[in-house]
Design a protein around this ligand. Structure first.
Ligand code: CDP
Length: 253
């Protein structure tokens, strides 16, 4: 977010560089249950972002001193593949990925029913395969579906989306160029059922009025993202038509 104000990101027709309206999300595709060895998983494409999330656990927390006697702990790892960005990223954790792992983990601590699993760990892995801005929102959104797919009890799914300001205008879901040359970015994660904000960060500056507008827009974006999450889970668990019962077994298989 460089805030280089003279890069034209909104055309005279009011459209953005990728043709979207100011309040429009990038296309989102989501599929739950894509990994056979994880307890739960989700693959997400969101604009140019490609993200996979996997959940393991609840399992006994190790080392033992990390265990909490009355609840589970959430361990989250957000990782960007070296080939996910323009300039090869050095493999392994850096300050940014440690921060994102922490804030995404905290977001889920607010919705998972942790007291059901004392001394356990719920592990969330977020792998960014291709990055195009908004990967923390994409990762949080995919991880929420992976947790639901793993059958982890939660108060609510968490949907995330960012709004920001480009060329002085508040708009939804910044792509890479908008993130690079825009003025501000406000990613938000919402527990969809309760409306609780479980993640909120801000990069750049917004006036009070712009903040209110961006906040409202991001919340509306989260509601749309949540619809897609629900659809992905319904597609996964929609009951398949049963094969015709073999004659003579009374229909009981
Ligand atoms: O991805 P998100 O918007 O949540 O986080 P960011 O720190 O604002 O990064 C914005 C974008 O910058 C990422 O999505 C990547 O496309 C890009 N980036 C990069 O090219 N190299 C990095 N080491 C980190 C981020």
């Amino acid at each position: 977010m460089s805030g280089v104000g003279n890069v034209k990101l909104i055309g005279d027709d009011g459209k953005r560089i990728d043709g979207r309206a100011l309040n429009e999300l990038r296309p989102i595709k989501m599929e739950a249950g894509v990994l056979k060895r994880a307890e739960g998983s989700c693959y997400l494409e969101w604009g140019g972002n490609k993200v996979i999330a996997a959940v393991y656990g609840p399992r006994e927390a190790q080392p033992r001193h990390s265990q909490k006697v009355d609840r589970a702990i959430v361990q989250c790892r957000y990782n960007m593949a070296p080939f996910s960005v323009d300039e090869r990223k050095r493999p392994g954790p850096d300050r940014r990925s440690i921060e994102l792992s922490k804030v995404i983990g905290h977001a889920f601590e607010n919705v998972i029913l942790l007291d059901k699993y004392p001394k356990s760990s719920i592990d969330i892995f977020i792998e960014v395969l291709q990055a195009d801005a908004g990967t923390r929102c994409a990762g949080l959104t995919a991880a929420s579906v992976a947790l639901a797919d793993a059958g982890i009890p939660m108060r609510s799914l968490v949907a995330a989306c960012a709004a920001g300001r480009i060329n002085g205008k508040v708009c939804l879901d910044l792509c890479k160029e908008e993130d690079n040359y825009g003025d501000a970015d406000l990613p938000i994660g919402v527990a969809a059922r309760t409306g609780e904000i479980v993640l909120m960060q801000m990069d750049g500056d917004l006036s009070g009025e712009e903040f209110d507008e961006a906040f409202k827009l991001a919340i509306e974006g989260c509601a749309k993202v949540n619809e897609i999450q629900r659809q992905a889970l319904m597609n996964r668990y929609r009951s398949e038509p049963q094969p015709m019962a073999a004659e003579g077994n009374g229909g009981v298989c």
